[in-house]
Design a binder for this molecule. Structure first.
Ligand SMILES: NC(=O)c1ccc[n+]([C@@H]2O[C@H](COP(=O)([O-])OP(=O)(O)OC[C@H]3O[C@@H](n4cnc5c(N)ncnc54)[C@H](OP(=O)(O)O)[C@@H]3O)[C@@H](O)[C@H]2O)c1
Length: 329
């Protein structure tokens, strides 16, 4: 059994808590919120008997029964909250994006090293059984050479300007919240990008509502990626290869199905060997527990170097579209 604590009680924290219930060998033992009331109602709704409700994040990380802290606060607060957990000697799974900038992300990795604790960004796509199977098959060469990736993600965000999606003080914007998935997917399939160019439409609050990115990757692949807070995109991905095309069905970042359609020959459904657990969040939790049990301090599926590389891309793209956060100064 691995004992989990959840820091912050927003939307994704609820989904993760539900997933933990379906994850073998995982137990939610404590929840921390800025208010006692929210901590209590979260525990009532999402946890089993015995789970403690802490009225502060400090009390959560001081709870001796917690081994791993799952950080589910807005990106702008990830570094401060990971610091609390790591300094208290806890392992950390931190929601994506790891931080607002690569400078902050490097500091988080440094803290994990200094305290000899496990740290992983919650890039659950990379822990998804079907995505792992896709990568294995692509690497085997059976689908030819991937040349072009198209991927889009988004939903119409109907929220007030102080919501974390729109508020620059909370790291708002489509690129960091949604665009990180197409970028990570293209990186997985085509390798490191050597050029990324973005255009965006900004909100009155100064964050990106819609963003499109064109990429050229080492080895000659190209990508076309987008994220939208003003519309309902297909949320699918396609991978065009030298011998056919792979269709990744919506939502591509935790895909329900994928099909290989060769230029010549019959289509083939891509099937994973491992089951999807807790909607895919459970697979992420399983990876964290597997690594901690093995004495690892980072996951080979979501290594620190990859997280930092994508953070560099996000910094660069943010610079191109003119989105700045108070932390940048
Ligand atoms: N992996 C995924 O599929 C996925 C999906 C959605 C979001 N996320 C990531 O998860 C993180 C949280 O997203 P969310 O949609 O759950 O956000 P949310 O619903 O707004 O919840 C964020 C929570 O953070 C806490 N918090 C601490 N300081 C805060 C502040 N200054 N302002 C507002 N809230 C604050 C609050 O919990 P308390 O009041 O209990 O302290 C709040 O409920 C983001 O980094 C996002 O990118 C990941």
């Amino acid at each position: 059994m691995t004992n989990w604590g959840i820091l912050a009680t927003g939307k994704i924290a609820g989904k993760f808590a539900t997933a933990l219930r379906e994850t073998p060998a995982a137990r939610l033992v404590a929840v921390g919120s800025r208010t006692e009331e929210k901590a209590r109602s979260f525990v009532e709704e999402h946890a089993d008997e015995g789970c403690r409700a802490h009225a502060s994040y400090e009390a959560l990380v001081a709870d001796p029964s917690v081994e791993v802290v799952y950080i589910a606060s807005p990106h702008s607060h990830h570094l401060a909250h990971a610091r609390l957990a790591l300094e208290a000697g806890k392992h950390v799974l931190c929601e994506k994006p790891l931080t607002l900038s690569v400078t902050e992300a490097r500091e988080m990795v440094r803290l994990a090293d200094a305290h000899d604790r496990f740290l992983m960004e919650g890039m659950w796509t990379l822990c998804h059984p079907l995505v792992i199977e896709l990568k294995r098959r692509l690497d085997s060469g059976r689908y030819g050479v991937p040349r072009q990736v198209h991927a889009d993600l988004g939903w119409h965000v109907d929220a007030p300007p102080d919501d974390r999606m729109l508020n620059p003080a909370l790291g708002g914007g489509a690129l960091l919240d949604m665009g990180i998935y197409p970028l990570t997917f293209a990186r997985l399939v085509l390798g490191r990008p050597e050029q990324l160019t973005a255009v965006a439409v900004l909100s009155s609050t100064g964050v990106d509502l819609d963003v499109s990115v064109a990429g050229r990757h080492v080895g000659g692949g190209t990508s076309s990626l987008s994220a939208s807070m003003t519309s309902w995109p297909s949320r699918t991905a396609t991978i065009a290869t030298t011998t056919g095309c792979i269709y990744v069905d919506a939502d591509f970042h935790h895909p329900p199905s994928m099909t290989w359609r060769p230029h010549r020959g019959e289509p083939e459904t891509i099937v994973a060997t491992d089951p999807v657990v807790g909607d895919g969040y459970g697979n992420e939790a399983l990876e964290v527990m597997r690594c901690i049990d093995a004495g690892l301090r980072e996951s080979p599926l979501v290594p620190h170097a990859l997280t930092l590389e994508v953070m560099v891309q996000l910094d660069e793209l943010r610079g191109q579209i003119g989105v700045t956060y108070p932390e940048d100064r």
